[in-house]
Design a protein around this ligand. Structure first.
Ligand code: ARG
Length: 273
């Protein structure tokens, strides 16, 4: 199935503040290299048959490249992001304006949430991460907006500060509903509290459980279209496990963007009409 993705060129990407353990302001960032890696990612999405639309990057917002945090889009409605850290606050309105201009229904969030970084559609449920960025108080707002069950999942390891750094929905995140697409997920169990881990086990007994080696290179920050999974080439166990399950791993090097704490998924927002 063809998907629509929103991406933002890392024209102004750098690491000038530190809001997650991956970011080190003393380490130089090669913006030109980040741009060419991002262009490759965009081209790979297109080569896989998907449509990529773009939002203009803004100066002074180096993290705007992580489009997945810009909003959450389900059933044609964009729910705005409300960032925890002031450094990223202006991204919320910038993305929301793009959605309004592009004829999406929009809903302004009243609670802190960092878009698809913490909200992943899985069949008729929404998996919702909290603990570092998005607040649990946003979950009721989200449940009533999309009339879907929201499964609150607590993140406990600061390296995996967004849900999409610890869990990938491999199948069932296209909004088509569970009957059309049975849900399949991959995740790193240690990123979650014991209660949330138990919840994931109960919901997805056959899930792919990633190794620590895969998780610490943000291997789970991958983009699946249900068939192909765009992954960090350093996540080698994950690539093998995906192949065993019948998926085709598509390695794309996003190492320069990892300096900001994000990978392929962070740079790719799914637009669900
Ligand atoms: N530097 C960004 C931050 O800490 C990285 C965001 C990564 N995005 C994601 N979807 N996990 O907010």
């Amino acid at each position: 199935m063809t998907r629509r993705y929103l991406m933002c060129r890392p024209t102004y990407f750098t690491v000038s503040y530190q809001i997650n353990p991956w970011m080190d302001t003393s380490r130089p960032v090669d913006t030109a290299r980040a741009i060419s890696q991002w262009e490759r990612l965009r081209d790979v999405h297109r080569d896989l048959g998907h449509e990529v639309v773009l939002i203009e990057p803004l100066t002074g917002l180096p993290d705007m490249v992580y489009a997945a945090n810009g909003a959450t889009v389900v059933d044609g409605t964009a729910y705005s992001a409300l960032f925890k850290h002031p450094e990223r606050a202006a991204e919320g309105p910038a993305y929301l304006a793009w959605f309004a201009e592009h004829d999406f229904a929009t809903r302004e969030a009243r609670h802190i949430n960092e878009g698809e970084g913490d909200l992943l559609l899985a069949g008729d449920r929404i998996l919702a991460g909290y603990g570092f960025r998005s607040e649990r108080s946003s979950h009721a707002e989200i449940a009533s907006l999309w009339h879907r069950e929201v499964v609150s999942l607590e993140l406990v390891d600061p390296r995996f500060y967004h849900l999409d750094t610890a869990l990938t929905v491999l199948r069932g995140d296209d909004g088509a509903g569970p009957d059309q697409t049975p849900v399949d997920v991959a995740y790193y169990p240690e990123a979650f509290s014991p209660e949330s881990r138990a919840r994931l086990e109960a919901l997805f007994p056959d899930a792919l459980r990633a190794t620590e080696a895969d998780a610490v290179v943000l291997g789970l920050n991958s983009v699946s279209d249900g068939e192909h999974v765009v992954i960090n080439p350093a996540a080698t166990d994950y690539a093998g496990a995906l192949r065993d399950r019948g998926y085709e791993p598509v390695p794309v090097d996003t190492s320069e963007l990892l300096l900001g704490g994000g990978g392929a998924k962070c740079c790719t927002l799914v637009l669900r009409s």
